[in-house]
Design a binder for this molecule. Structure first.
Ligand SMILES: NC(=O)c1ccc[n+]([C@@H]2O[C@H](COP(=O)([O-])OP(=O)(O)OC[C@H]3O[C@@H](n4cnc5c(N)ncnc54)[C@H](OP(=O)(O)O)[C@@H]3O)[C@@H](O)[C@H]2O)c1
Length: 324
């Protein structure tokens, strides 16, 4: 039998990717793990990284892939809580590759009872939704509004908001299409429609991952002293908000990036978040649509598919590298 091979996918310079044979990582160091990577989703952040439009500067020599799932192949000396066969989520980028050597402290065990394909999508969006709700300041009885209603983040926001007794009003660029989620179309008098739906509940916060003129439309839904949290750039346009709205209602605009906020978390807040994610998963929340699972050897095709509007995430099978 030939020894296992390792391939990494790097970002090219013109919106394409470069598969690169890389050495197999050796056995784990003390406190470390050798991980056989299984699946990775193609997320909007990966598309931005490939296009050179990501908000942070990334190492061009490192594999891309914001999240993924792997199986422990070998545990290093001193790792007592994980063993071969356990599923883990690397906390750091670089997941579009077949093998990784990681510190135990830089992986999360997968909550029980979830399929690996669904678990591959648990590292980023649930934590983003949880922390956006924290930052929103909304509490029981409050109402928030979010755009990109059919996105994975929006799904997790609805799950965690229900656990916190917060009402969520959804907005989608195509209204309720393409899924069954009830959402207002992002046009016309959006603020009038949203405020009417909220009735007497104050709209304390708006979660915006579209930016461009959508930011202004979402901000107009807020009550006095409300907060607009901008965490994405799906429109590709700078956020545009009428200044009279900002001054007249005393609104606050804040930017959010998961990794910056996570870096400031305490062990207690991390544990609370992990417990909430595990509880949501146990309640069946990890059921996002998957459009296709394609071999790592066909990363180009997976990226092209992920760029076309469609229902569900495209995943890469990270062990499928034959023919490369
Ligand atoms: N800041 C952070 O740390 C952080 C962390 C996680 C995610 N994010 C951001 O959160 C956003 C959602 O991520 P996700 O993985 O949940 O997305 P996703 O599941 O891939 O869904 C994307 C959704 O956005 C909608 N959309 C795409 N382009 C749009 C546009 N120009 N105007 C309005 N809607 C548009 C799509 O609408 P249709 O259904 O109509 O096609 C789709 O429902 C992304 O911008 C991502 O980068 C940020």
């Amino acid at each position: 039998m030939s020894p296992p091979a390792n391939i990494a996918i790097l970002a090219g310079t013109a919106g394409e990717v470069r598969p690169m044979p890389v050495p197999m990582p050796g056995p784990p160091e003390p406190g470390g793990l050798l991980v056989r990577m299984l699946f990775a989703p193609v997320n909007p952040a990966d598309l931005l990284a490939i296009d050179g439009r990501y908000a942070l500067t990334l190492d061009p020599g490192a594999p891309i892939g914001a999240e993924g799932i792997g199986m422990v192949e070998q545990a290093g000396e001193g790792v007592l809580d994980l063993r071969p066969g356990d599923l883990v989520l690397p906390l750091d980028r670089g997941n579009w590759t077949s093998w990784r050597r990681l510190d135990r402290a830089r992986v999360m065990p997968v909550p029980p009872g979830v399929a690996p394909e669904q678990a591959a999508m648990l590292r980023i969006n649930p934590a983003t939704a949880w922390l956006l709700l924290d930052m929103s300041g909304a509490g029981p009885g409050d109402c928030i509004v979010q755009n990109a209603a059919h996105s994975a983040v929006a799904h997790w926001v609805r799950s965690f908001a229900a656990m916190r007794d917060i009402t969520v009003i959804d907005v989608g660029r195509r209204g309720s299409a393409p899924s069954e989620i009830a959402a207002f179309p992002d046009d016309g008098d959006l603020a009038g429609a949203v405020r009417a739906a909220a009735a007497s509940q104050p709209i304390r916060a708006a979660l915006d991952c579209v930016a461009g003129s959508a930011s202004g439309r979402l901000a107009a839904c807020l009550e006095e002293d409300g907060v607009l949290l901008v965490f994405g750039h799906l429109s590709g346009e700078p956020a545009s908000i009428p200044s009279t709205l900002l001054t007249g209602r005393g609104l606050t605009v804040r930017g959010f990036t998961l990794r910056r906020v996570e870096a400031r978390m305490t062990p207690t807040t991390r544990e609370a978040m992990a417990a909430a994610i595990a509880a949501a998963v146990a309640g069946g929340a990890a059921d996002l649509p998957i459009q296709a699972v394609l071999p790592l050897a066909e990363a180009d095709r997976a990226i092209a598919l992920a760029r076309t509007p469609g229902r569900g995430r495209v995943l890469l099978d990270l062990q499928a590298i034959s023919g490369m």
